[in-house]
Design a protein around this ligand. Structure first.
Ligand code: XLS
Ligand code: CA
Ligand code: CA
Length: 438
Protein backbone atom coordinates (compact mmCIF):
# COMPACT_ATOMS: atom_id res chain seq x y z
CA UNK A 1 0.00 0.00 0.00
CA UNK A 2 1.29 3.48 -0.83
CA UNK A 3 2.23 5.74 2.03
CA UNK A 4 -0.06 8.59 3.03
CA UNK A 5 2.55 10.49 4.99
CA UNK A 6 5.30 10.08 2.39
CA UNK A 7 7.43 12.95 3.61
CA UNK A 8 7.71 11.55 7.13
CA UNK A 9 9.67 8.46 8.13
CA UNK A 10 9.71 6.61 11.44
CA UNK A 11 10.21 9.18 14.20
CA UNK A 12 13.37 8.43 16.17
CA UNK A 13 14.71 9.64 19.47
CA UNK A 14 17.64 11.95 18.69
CA UNK A 15 18.14 13.71 22.02
CA UNK A 16 17.87 17.26 23.28
CA UNK A 17 20.58 18.66 21.01
CA UNK A 18 18.95 17.54 17.78
CA UNK A 19 17.40 20.24 15.60
CA UNK A 20 15.49 17.74 13.50
CA UNK A 21 11.83 18.78 13.66
CA UNK A 22 10.68 15.24 12.98
CA UNK A 23 12.51 13.56 15.87
CA UNK A 24 11.90 13.06 19.57
CA UNK A 25 14.08 15.15 21.81
CA UNK A 26 13.05 13.67 25.17
CA UNK A 27 10.80 10.68 24.48
CA UNK A 28 13.18 7.75 24.48
CA UNK A 29 10.84 4.74 24.72
CA UNK A 30 13.35 2.29 26.22
CA UNK A 31 14.92 4.69 28.73
CA UNK A 32 14.42 3.38 32.24
CA UNK A 33 12.72 5.68 34.74
CA UNK A 34 12.14 4.40 38.26
CA UNK A 35 12.64 0.81 37.13
CA UNK A 36 10.35 0.88 34.08
CA UNK A 37 10.86 1.89 30.43
CA UNK A 38 9.36 5.23 29.48
CA UNK A 39 6.96 3.67 27.03
CA UNK A 40 5.39 1.61 29.82
CA UNK A 41 4.93 4.68 32.00
CA UNK A 42 3.42 6.51 29.04
CA UNK A 43 0.91 4.45 27.06
CA UNK A 44 0.14 7.15 24.51
CA UNK A 45 -3.00 7.16 22.41
CA UNK A 46 -4.12 8.91 19.24
CA UNK A 47 -7.55 10.58 19.30
CA UNK A 48 -9.29 9.53 16.09
CA UNK A 49 -11.49 12.63 16.00
CA UNK A 50 -8.91 15.38 16.16
CA UNK A 51 -6.17 13.71 14.25
CA UNK A 52 -8.05 12.05 11.43
CA UNK A 53 -11.30 14.04 11.24
CA UNK A 54 -10.81 17.64 12.41
CA UNK A 55 -9.93 20.04 9.63
CA UNK A 56 -9.70 23.25 11.62
CA UNK A 57 -13.30 24.37 11.05
CA UNK A 58 -14.22 27.09 13.51
CA UNK A 59 -17.16 29.40 14.04
CA UNK A 60 -15.72 31.87 11.57
CA UNK A 61 -14.23 29.74 8.85
CA UNK A 62 -13.98 26.56 6.88
CA UNK A 63 -11.40 23.91 7.50
CA UNK A 64 -7.81 24.63 6.57
CA UNK A 65 -6.44 21.08 6.71
CA UNK A 66 -7.07 18.42 4.09
CA UNK A 67 -8.02 15.20 5.88
CA UNK A 68 -9.38 13.45 2.80
CA UNK A 69 -6.34 11.13 2.64
CA UNK A 70 -7.01 10.67 -1.07
CA UNK A 71 -10.69 9.64 -0.77
CA UNK A 72 -14.02 11.42 -1.16
CA UNK A 73 -15.23 12.62 2.23
CA UNK A 74 -18.46 11.15 3.55
CA UNK A 75 -17.86 7.74 1.94
CA UNK A 76 -16.76 4.38 3.29
CA UNK A 77 -13.63 4.71 1.11
CA UNK A 78 -12.82 7.76 3.16
CA UNK A 79 -13.52 5.90 6.40
CA UNK A 80 -11.01 3.24 5.27
CA UNK A 81 -8.49 5.85 4.17
CA UNK A 82 -8.67 7.28 7.69
CA UNK A 83 -7.90 3.84 9.09
CA UNK A 84 -4.91 3.56 6.74
CA UNK A 85 -3.75 7.06 7.67
CA UNK A 86 -4.26 6.49 11.38
CA UNK A 87 -2.32 3.24 11.55
CA UNK A 88 0.54 4.60 9.42
CA UNK A 89 0.64 7.67 11.65
CA UNK A 90 0.67 5.68 14.90
CA UNK A 91 3.31 3.27 13.61
CA UNK A 92 5.58 6.10 12.55
CA UNK A 93 5.34 7.65 16.01
CA UNK A 94 5.46 4.40 17.96
CA UNK A 95 2.01 5.10 19.47
CA UNK A 96 0.40 1.89 20.67
CA UNK A 97 -3.20 2.94 21.33
CA UNK A 98 -6.09 4.87 19.82
CA UNK A 99 -9.39 6.25 21.14
CA UNK A 100 -12.54 6.75 19.10
CA UNK A 101 -16.16 7.91 19.00
CA UNK A 102 -18.53 5.83 16.88
CA UNK A 103 -19.12 8.64 14.39
CA UNK A 104 -15.38 9.34 13.99
CA UNK A 105 -15.11 6.00 12.25
CA UNK A 106 -17.85 6.16 9.59
CA UNK A 107 -20.19 8.74 8.11
CA UNK A 108 -23.44 8.65 10.07
CA UNK A 109 -26.38 7.46 7.94
CA UNK A 110 -29.97 8.70 8.28
CA UNK A 111 -31.02 5.34 9.69
CA UNK A 112 -29.17 3.94 12.70
CA UNK A 113 -29.31 0.40 11.26
CA UNK A 114 -27.19 1.51 8.32
CA UNK A 115 -24.76 3.40 10.58
CA UNK A 116 -24.34 0.21 12.61
CA UNK A 117 -23.71 -1.84 9.48
CA UNK A 118 -21.00 0.62 8.45
CA UNK A 119 -19.48 0.36 11.93
CA UNK A 120 -19.33 -3.42 11.60
CA UNK A 121 -17.56 -3.09 8.27
CA UNK A 122 -15.00 -0.54 9.41
CA UNK A 123 -14.24 -2.34 12.66
CA UNK A 124 -13.47 -5.53 10.69
CA UNK A 125 -10.97 -3.50 8.71
CA UNK A 126 -9.52 -1.94 11.86
CA UNK A 127 -9.12 -5.36 13.44
CA UNK A 128 -7.00 -6.50 10.49
CA UNK A 129 -4.75 -3.48 10.91
CA UNK A 130 -4.54 -4.03 14.65
CA UNK A 131 -3.35 -7.58 14.13
CA UNK A 132 -0.72 -6.46 11.60
CA UNK A 133 0.65 -3.67 13.78
CA UNK A 134 -0.06 -4.71 17.37
CA UNK A 135 -1.72 -1.33 17.92
CA UNK A 136 -4.54 -1.50 20.47
CA UNK A 137 -7.68 0.35 21.50
CA UNK A 138 -7.44 2.41 24.69
CA UNK A 139 -11.09 3.42 24.87
CA UNK A 140 -14.22 3.87 22.87
CA UNK A 141 -17.18 6.16 23.29
CA UNK A 142 -20.40 7.22 21.60
CA UNK A 143 -20.79 10.73 20.25
CA UNK A 144 -24.06 11.78 21.89
CA UNK A 145 -23.65 15.48 21.36
CA UNK A 146 -23.13 16.17 17.64
CA UNK A 147 -26.45 15.07 16.14
CA UNK A 148 -29.18 17.73 16.58
CA UNK A 149 -31.38 15.10 18.24
CA UNK A 150 -29.11 15.45 21.27
CA UNK A 151 -29.68 19.20 21.59
CA UNK A 152 -31.06 18.69 25.12
CA UNK A 153 -28.61 15.99 26.07
CA UNK A 154 -28.60 12.21 25.76
CA UNK A 155 -29.22 10.66 29.18
CA UNK A 156 -30.61 14.02 30.29
CA UNK A 157 -32.86 14.62 27.30
CA UNK A 158 -36.53 15.46 27.78
CA UNK A 159 -37.43 13.05 24.94
CA UNK A 160 -37.76 9.34 25.73
CA UNK A 161 -37.30 8.54 22.02
CA UNK A 162 -34.00 10.41 21.90
CA UNK A 163 -32.99 8.61 25.11
CA UNK A 164 -33.45 5.32 23.24
CA UNK A 165 -31.16 6.53 20.46
CA UNK A 166 -28.52 7.35 23.08
CA UNK A 167 -28.97 3.85 24.50
CA UNK A 168 -28.65 2.33 21.03
CA UNK A 169 -25.43 4.24 20.34
CA UNK A 170 -23.93 3.23 23.68
CA UNK A 171 -24.84 -0.39 23.04
CA UNK A 172 -23.15 -0.34 19.66
CA UNK A 173 -20.12 1.60 20.90
CA UNK A 174 -19.70 -0.97 23.69
CA UNK A 175 -19.95 -3.78 21.13
CA UNK A 176 -17.20 -2.07 19.13
CA UNK A 177 -15.06 -1.43 22.19
CA UNK A 178 -15.24 -5.09 23.14
CA UNK A 179 -14.63 -6.21 19.56
CA UNK A 180 -11.53 -4.03 19.37
CA UNK A 181 -10.33 -5.08 22.84
CA UNK A 182 -10.64 -1.57 24.32
CA UNK A 183 -9.45 -1.10 27.90
CA UNK A 184 -12.04 1.51 28.76
CA UNK A 185 -15.34 3.10 27.81
CA UNK A 186 -15.84 6.86 28.24
CA UNK A 187 -18.87 8.94 29.11
CA UNK A 188 -18.16 12.56 28.38
CA UNK A 189 -21.38 14.41 29.20
CA UNK A 190 -21.08 17.04 26.51
CA UNK A 191 -24.70 18.12 26.50
CA UNK A 192 -25.64 16.56 29.84
CA UNK A 193 -26.35 19.84 31.54
CA UNK A 194 -28.52 22.87 31.08
CA UNK A 195 -28.75 26.36 29.69
CA UNK A 196 -31.42 27.59 32.10
CA UNK A 197 -33.19 26.25 35.16
CA UNK A 198 -36.37 27.87 33.84
CA UNK A 199 -36.97 24.79 31.69
CA UNK A 200 -34.97 22.06 33.45
CA UNK A 201 -35.67 19.38 36.05
CA UNK A 202 -32.12 18.75 37.26
CA UNK A 203 -32.97 15.91 39.64
CA UNK A 204 -34.94 14.02 36.98
CA UNK A 205 -32.18 14.49 34.41
CA UNK A 206 -29.43 13.28 36.73
CA UNK A 207 -31.43 10.20 37.71
CA UNK A 208 -31.95 9.38 34.04
CA UNK A 209 -28.24 9.72 33.30
CA UNK A 210 -27.52 7.31 36.14
CA UNK A 211 -30.10 4.86 34.72
CA UNK A 212 -28.39 4.97 31.33
CA UNK A 213 -25.00 4.36 32.94
CA UNK A 214 -26.35 1.45 34.97
CA UNK A 215 -27.79 -0.12 31.82
CA UNK A 216 -24.45 0.43 30.07
CA UNK A 217 -22.60 -1.34 32.89
CA UNK A 218 -25.10 -4.24 32.87
CA UNK A 219 -24.82 -4.62 29.10
CA UNK A 220 -21.05 -4.15 28.99
CA UNK A 221 -20.45 -6.78 31.63
CA UNK A 222 -22.89 -9.15 29.87
CA UNK A 223 -20.83 -9.04 26.67
CA UNK A 224 -17.53 -9.54 28.43
CA UNK A 225 -16.30 -5.98 28.93
CA UNK A 226 -13.97 -6.21 31.92
CA UNK A 227 -12.36 -2.78 31.62
CA UNK A 228 -13.23 0.47 33.35
CA UNK A 229 -16.04 2.83 32.54
CA UNK A 230 -14.92 6.42 32.79
CA UNK A 231 -16.60 9.72 33.38
CA UNK A 232 -14.69 12.58 31.78
CA UNK A 233 -15.60 15.68 33.77
CA UNK A 234 -15.99 19.09 32.15
CA UNK A 235 -17.76 22.08 33.69
CA UNK A 236 -19.12 23.80 30.58
CA UNK A 237 -18.98 23.93 26.79
CA UNK A 238 -21.10 23.16 24.92
CA UNK A 239 -23.64 23.63 27.76
CA UNK A 240 -23.52 26.57 30.14
CA UNK A 241 -23.55 24.18 33.06
CA UNK A 242 -22.54 20.51 32.75
CA UNK A 243 -23.41 17.99 35.45
CA UNK A 244 -19.97 16.32 35.53
CA UNK A 245 -18.44 19.64 36.55
CA UNK A 246 -15.17 18.28 37.90
CA UNK A 247 -13.72 15.11 39.44
CA UNK A 248 -15.19 15.79 42.89
CA UNK A 249 -18.67 16.31 41.47
CA UNK A 250 -18.50 13.26 39.21
CA UNK A 251 -17.23 11.04 42.03
CA UNK A 252 -20.07 12.19 44.27
CA UNK A 253 -22.55 11.40 41.50
CA UNK A 254 -21.13 7.92 40.97
CA UNK A 255 -21.31 7.16 44.68
CA UNK A 256 -24.84 8.50 44.98
CA UNK A 257 -26.07 6.21 42.24
CA UNK A 258 -24.02 3.12 43.13
CA UNK A 259 -21.78 3.32 40.07
CA UNK A 260 -18.46 3.85 41.82
CA UNK A 261 -17.25 0.25 41.56
CA UNK A 262 -17.43 0.22 37.77
CA UNK A 263 -16.33 3.76 36.98
CA UNK A 264 -13.13 5.77 37.24
CA UNK A 265 -12.21 9.23 35.97
CA UNK A 266 -10.76 10.17 32.61
CA UNK A 267 -9.18 13.51 33.48
CA UNK A 268 -8.57 16.03 30.73
CA UNK A 269 -6.17 18.86 31.52
CA UNK A 270 -8.13 21.52 29.65
CA UNK A 271 -11.37 20.53 31.37
CA UNK A 272 -9.82 20.75 34.83
CA UNK A 273 -8.60 24.26 34.12
CA UNK A 274 -12.01 25.28 32.72
CA UNK A 275 -13.44 24.18 36.09
CA UNK A 276 -11.10 26.65 37.80
CA UNK A 277 -8.71 23.96 39.04
CA UNK A 278 -5.23 22.96 38.10
CA UNK A 279 -4.84 19.76 36.10
CA UNK A 280 -2.99 18.37 39.11
CA UNK A 281 -5.95 19.12 41.40
CA UNK A 282 -8.38 16.94 39.47
CA UNK A 283 -5.79 14.19 39.18
CA UNK A 284 -5.21 14.27 42.93
CA UNK A 285 -8.92 14.24 43.77
CA UNK A 286 -9.38 11.24 41.48
CA UNK A 287 -6.32 9.46 42.85
CA UNK A 288 -7.21 9.81 46.54
CA UNK A 289 -10.62 8.33 45.74
CA UNK A 290 -9.07 5.37 43.92
CA UNK A 291 -10.53 6.62 40.65
CA UNK A 292 -7.63 7.91 38.58
CA UNK A 293 -8.23 5.85 35.46
CA UNK A 294 -7.04 7.59 32.32
CA UNK A 295 -5.84 10.96 31.08
CA UNK A 296 -6.68 13.19 28.14
CA UNK A 297 -3.33 14.87 27.67
CA UNK A 298 -3.75 18.36 26.31
CA UNK A 299 -3.74 21.92 27.60
CA UNK A 300 -5.83 25.05 27.46
CA UNK A 301 -4.84 28.68 27.15
CA UNK A 302 -5.17 30.81 30.24
CA UNK A 303 -6.05 33.82 28.08
CA UNK A 304 -8.96 32.02 26.42
CA UNK A 305 -11.97 30.84 28.39
CA UNK A 306 -12.79 27.80 26.30
CA UNK A 307 -11.69 24.29 25.45
CA UNK A 308 -8.81 24.93 23.08
CA UNK A 309 -7.51 21.33 23.11
CA UNK A 310 -3.92 22.32 22.46
CA UNK A 311 -1.05 19.90 22.30
CA UNK A 312 0.58 20.06 25.72
CA UNK A 313 3.83 22.00 25.90
CA UNK A 314 3.75 23.15 29.50
CA UNK A 315 6.40 21.08 31.27
CA UNK A 316 5.46 22.37 34.70
CA UNK A 317 1.98 20.91 34.23
CA UNK A 318 3.16 17.65 32.70
CA UNK A 319 5.62 17.26 35.58
CA UNK A 320 2.88 17.73 38.16
CA UNK A 321 0.67 15.32 36.21
CA UNK A 322 3.36 12.66 36.15
CA UNK A 323 4.08 13.28 39.83
CA UNK A 324 0.45 12.35 40.55
CA UNK A 325 0.61 9.37 38.20
CA UNK A 326 3.83 8.01 39.74
CA UNK A 327 2.47 8.52 43.24
CA UNK A 328 -0.64 6.64 42.15
CA UNK A 329 1.52 3.71 41.05
CA UNK A 330 0.66 4.41 37.40
CA UNK A 331 -2.73 4.32 35.72
CA UNK A 332 -4.65 1.45 34.18
CA UNK A 333 -5.65 3.66 31.22
CA UNK A 334 -3.33 5.79 29.12
CA UNK A 335 -2.47 9.23 27.82
CA UNK A 336 -4.80 10.17 25.00
CA UNK A 337 -3.80 13.26 23.06
CA UNK A 338 -7.22 14.86 22.88
CA UNK A 339 -5.56 17.72 21.05
CA UNK A 340 -5.55 19.39 17.68
CA UNK A 341 -3.07 21.51 15.83
CA UNK A 342 -3.91 25.21 15.55
CA UNK A 343 -5.82 26.17 12.39
CA UNK A 344 -2.81 27.67 10.61
CA UNK A 345 -0.82 24.46 11.27
CA UNK A 346 -2.55 22.53 8.51
CA UNK A 347 0.13 20.33 6.96
CA UNK A 348 0.78 16.63 7.42
CA UNK A 349 4.12 17.46 9.07
CA UNK A 350 2.20 19.63 11.57
CA UNK A 351 0.17 16.58 12.59
CA UNK A 352 3.42 14.87 13.53
CA UNK A 353 4.83 17.99 15.17
CA UNK A 354 1.81 18.10 17.48
CA UNK A 355 2.32 14.53 18.65
CA UNK A 356 6.08 14.92 18.95
CA UNK A 357 5.51 17.99 21.11
CA UNK A 358 2.98 16.18 23.30
CA UNK A 359 5.06 13.03 23.69
CA UNK A 360 8.22 14.99 24.46
CA UNK A 361 6.36 17.16 26.96
CA UNK A 362 5.10 14.12 28.85
CA UNK A 363 8.49 12.40 28.63
CA UNK A 364 10.07 15.49 30.20
CA UNK A 365 7.30 15.55 32.78
CA UNK A 366 8.01 11.93 33.64
CA UNK A 367 11.77 12.52 33.95
CA UNK A 368 11.26 15.57 36.16
CA UNK A 369 8.53 14.01 38.30
CA UNK A 370 10.79 11.04 39.01
CA UNK A 371 13.55 13.47 39.99
CA UNK A 372 11.17 15.34 42.32
CA UNK A 373 10.25 12.09 44.01
CA UNK A 374 13.84 10.85 44.21
CA UNK A 375 14.93 14.26 45.56
CA UNK A 376 12.48 13.65 48.41
CA UNK A 377 12.37 17.18 49.84
CA UNK A 378 8.70 17.71 49.03
CA UNK A 379 7.56 14.34 50.36
CA UNK A 380 9.67 14.72 53.50
CA UNK A 381 8.24 18.13 54.21
CA UNK A 382 4.66 17.02 53.71
CA UNK A 383 5.23 14.13 56.09
CA UNK A 384 6.77 16.41 58.73
CA UNK A 385 4.05 19.00 58.30
CA UNK A 386 1.43 16.69 59.81
CA UNK A 387 3.65 15.18 62.51
CA UNK A 388 1.57 16.66 65.33
CA UNK A 389 -1.00 13.95 64.60
CA UNK A 390 1.47 11.15 65.27
CA UNK A 391 1.47 11.42 69.05
CA UNK A 392 -0.42 12.92 71.98
CA UNK A 393 -3.72 14.60 71.29
CA UNK A 394 -3.15 14.41 67.51
CA UNK A 395 -2.89 10.62 67.63
CA UNK A 396 -6.13 10.53 69.58
CA UNK A 397 -7.82 12.62 66.87
CA UNK A 398 -6.81 10.39 63.99
CA UNK A 399 -7.68 7.22 65.85
CA UNK A 400 -11.18 8.60 66.42
CA UNK A 401 -10.79 8.16 70.16
CA UNK A 402 -11.59 11.60 71.45
CA UNK A 403 -14.47 14.04 71.67
CA UNK A 404 -15.20 17.72 71.31
CA UNK A 405 -15.28 17.96 75.13
CA UNK A 406 -11.79 16.50 75.49
CA UNK A 407 -10.39 18.67 72.70
CA UNK A 408 -12.00 21.72 74.17
CA UNK A 409 -10.54 20.96 77.62
CA UNK A 410 -7.13 20.48 75.97
CA UNK A 411 -7.41 23.86 74.23
CA UNK A 412 -8.37 25.54 77.48
CA UNK A 413 -5.37 24.04 79.25
CA UNK A 414 -3.09 25.36 76.49
CA UNK A 415 -4.61 28.83 76.51
CA UNK A 416 -3.24 29.56 73.00
CA UNK A 417 -1.49 27.27 70.48
CA UNK A 418 1.80 28.02 68.77
CA UNK A 419 1.35 29.03 65.13
CA UNK A 420 1.49 26.03 62.79
CA UNK A 421 4.92 25.71 61.13
CA UNK A 422 5.62 27.73 57.99
CA UNK A 423 4.17 26.31 54.78
CA UNK A 424 7.41 27.30 52.99
CA UNK A 425 5.59 27.61 49.67
CA UNK A 426 8.17 29.90 48.06
CA UNK A 427 11.00 27.60 49.02
CA UNK A 428 9.27 24.59 47.48
CA UNK A 429 8.34 26.49 44.34
CA UNK A 430 12.06 27.13 44.06
CA UNK A 431 12.79 23.42 44.58
CA UNK A 432 10.58 22.60 41.61
CA UNK A 433 12.40 25.16 39.45
CA UNK A 434 15.71 23.79 40.59
CA UNK A 435 14.69 20.29 39.51
CA UNK A 436 13.18 21.52 36.25
CA UNK A 437 16.14 23.59 35.14
CA UNK A 438 19.30 22.10 36.60
C1 XLS B 1 -14.73 17.23 24.54
C2 XLS B 1 -14.24 15.98 25.06
C3 XLS B 1 -14.46 14.76 24.17
C4 XLS B 1 -14.28 13.49 24.94
C5 XLS B 1 -14.82 12.27 24.28
O1 XLS B 1 -14.51 18.29 25.10
O2 XLS B 1 -12.88 16.15 25.37
O3 XLS B 1 -13.64 14.81 23.06
O4 XLS B 1 -12.93 13.26 25.26
O5 XLS B 1 -16.15 12.41 23.94
CA1 CA C 1 -11.50 19.09 25.44
CA1 CA D 1 -11.42 14.70 26.13
Amino acid sequence: MSEIFESVGKIQYEGADSKNALAFHYYDPERMIMGKPMKEHLPFAMAWWHNLCATGVDMFGRGSADKSFGAKEGTMEHAKAKVDAGFEFMEKLGIEYFCFHDVDLVPEADDIKETNRRLDEISDYMLEKMKETNIKCLWGTANMFGNPRFMNGAGSTNSADVYCFAAAQIKKALDLTVKLGGKGYVFWGGREGYETLLNTDVKFEQENIARLMRMAVAYGRSIGFTGDFYIEPKPKEPMKHQYDFDAATAIGFLRQYGLDKDFKMNIEANHATLAGHTFQHDLRISAINGMLGSIDANQGDSLLGWDTDEFPFNVYESTMCMYEVLKNGGITGGFNFDAKTRRPSYTKEDMFAGYILGMDTFALGLIKAAELIEDGRIDDFIRERYLSYQSGIGAKIISDSTSLEELSAYAERLGAPDLPGSGRQEYFEGVVNQILFH
